[in-house]
Design a protein around this ligand. Sequence first.
Ligand code: NAD
Length: 259
Amino acid sequence: MLGSLSLSGKRALILGVANERSLAWAIAKHLHEAGAILAFNYLGDALERRVRPLAESVQAEIIAPCNVASDADLDALFRLVNEKWGGLDILIHSVAFAQKEDLEGRFVDTSREGFRVAMDISAYSLVAAAKRAEPLMSEGGGSMITLSYYGSQKVVPNYNVMGVAKAALEACVRYLAADLGSKKIRVNSISAGPVKTLAAAGIRDFRNMLAAAEEKTPLKENISADDVGAMAAFLCGPGGKHITGSNILIDSGAHIMGG
Ligand code: NAD
């Protein structure tokens, strides 16, 4: 079914590719396969060296720096998108960050600054990007997708402040979906099971998290980045037409299990 999905000519801005393992890259590949035209950001020179060749391999039309903690960077990126495309159909927000010391030990020890940084980069940045994408999507509507994790709903060891940021992110999705729905702009999150990526490597004992997830899931296997890519493409296509404000779990069913 996905083979016949067409996003031909749809303009997609993808925030959050760091390397070929990134969930955002899996999404980019699926959007590209379905015919979308792509734009990418990167964070800093070191990541530019990783992102640029990937982006060029899918004929990206825009490859630009953007730190989502900076309003000036966001303004410059969306200005570039507007100048180049005059509009936007898809926004992928696949960005999160928390200080390393806040992804281990006790949540109660989170510092004020650690809390602020995690919230700003992992939750508020969706709002900041959505605000700038809205005028570009106002004519034809659009689809915005962010990435969450089940640590937003239940306590997951070491996920700590990121769980709180993801809870805020999922609430942001609902409020944004309500605000933007009349313009046919849909906003959803995909809550993915654990996948080994650069960001995941920052969580203490991530390997145990992967093993535990596999053991716990009804399907007895972990998800792949590719599963996330396929769902994102589906949400951007006709099948997602009436899906907004949702948090879609791709976790081999882990969330239904207790104990
Ligand atoms: P990743 O490291 O490949 O992607 C995280 C991205 O965030 C990187 O590209 C990084 O450059 C970017 N980023 C961080 N701070 C930024 C800033 N200030 N400005 C701009 N970009 C910034 O890892 P990933 O696992 O693909 O993470 C993508 C999203 O998926 C995150 O929101 C993460 O929480 C979420 N997620 C990951 C998993 C998992 O197990 N990997 C599971 C569920 C949800």
